[in-house]
Ligand binder design. Structure first.
Ligand SMILES: O=C(O)C(=O)C[C@]1(C(=O)O)C=C[C@@H](O)C=C1
Length: 296
């Protein structure tokens, strides 16, 4: 049975996402360690959060993907997110509330309204906050609903969320290898570092637009070198096996100082992508025939 290192400990949202991929689960303390476990070959896969509909991209994941050897995503899944607030049995007063920064950001208004004056403390994950509350370090934890099954805590509040219908997307990574087959409903992800020249980002996006490629994500992170120098994380609909996606990635390669392929994999929503593959195939056949002197 393959093994998935996931951003744990037990009781995180990421664990629930990893369960869907059906393999033996290995909790690790940080996103970096989950991805490192794949790089070192300790586990075949790593499951980590990539973006949340309320708080946006997960910076630890974006940064871990460009460090060291490449890893590629082979699957994604999306979870509905709502939180529970857990406390030790017998708690009468809450002075501190702990959680992952992405979770705290999604319940900020609830805390201000229901627990005014309480100090919020960032922990490595939602479940790490539950473990810390169990140990008596903090009074309350903002967690995934399942965390109550893993820690000796009780629910102070459930269904806590400032913005309804929050969702988080998770990716399953492994070392580079054969790509998942195209399904007609795929996503491709790359990260590029551009040369420092005017209009370069617009050139990248134009390469996509010209080929009718739908951009589903664009994030920037500092390269951590020169101030003002950024990497761009680009998600598009389609699979690198499709001619127009392959063409577009080749164009991005020409415009970039560095480019790293982060995967082509089936989208969680399974909504078919308008690919125009027949038109691209017909155009390639025509060029081929012209080159051979068979067509004008
Ligand atoms: O700490 C967890 O439980 C996680 O799985 C991480 C994470 C995140 O990074 O966004 C996942 C989903 C929620 O949005 C809050 C936290």
């Amino acid at each position: 049975m393959p093994r998935i290192a996931y951003f744990g400990p037990q009781g995180t949202f990421t664990e629930q996402a990893a369960v869907r991929f059906g393999a033996d689960l290995v909790p690790v303390e940080t996103i970096q360690l989950a991805i490192a476990s794949v790089r070192k070959g300790e586990t075949e896969f790593a499951c980590v959060p990539i973006e949340n509909s309320v708080e946006g991209a997960v910076p630890a994941t974006l940064d871990a993907l460009v460090r060291d050897e490449p890893v590629v995503a082979v699957a994604e899944t999306v979870l509905d997110v709502r939180f529970s607030v857990l406390v030790r049995p017998g708690t009468t007063e809450i002075r501190t509330i702990a959680s992952h920064p992405h979770a705290l950001a999604q319940v900020r208004e609830w805390i201000a309204a229901e627990l005014p004056g309480v100090t919020s403390i960032a922990t490595s994950s939602t479940a790490a906050a539950a473990a810390a509350v169990e140990r008596g370090e903090f009074d309350a934890a903002v967690t995934a609903p399942v965390a109550v099954n893993h820690y000796a805590l009780q629910e102070y509040a459930t269904d806590v969320l400032d913005v309804a219908d929050a969702r988080t997307r998770f990716l399953l990574f492994r070392q580079p290898g054969a790509l998942p087959e195209p399904t007609g409903a795929d996503r491709t992800s790359v990260v590029v570092t551009t040369p420092d020249r005017m209009g370069v980002l617009s050139e990248l996006l134009t390469e996509l637009a010209l080929r009718g490629i739908n951009l589903t994500g664009l994030e920037s992170r500092p390269t951590k070198g020169k101030l003002g120098e950024y990497r761009f994380y680009i998600d598009v609909e389609g699979h690198i096996a499709e001619p127009r996606i392959g063409d577009a990635l080749a164009a991005l390669h020409r415009h970039s100082r560095e480019i790293r392929f982060l995967g082509s994999f089936p989208k969680a929503d399974q909504r078919p992508v308008e690919a125009h593959n027949d038109e691209f195939a017909a155009a390639a056949t025509w060029v081929d025939a012209v080159r051979k002197g068979e067509r004008g």
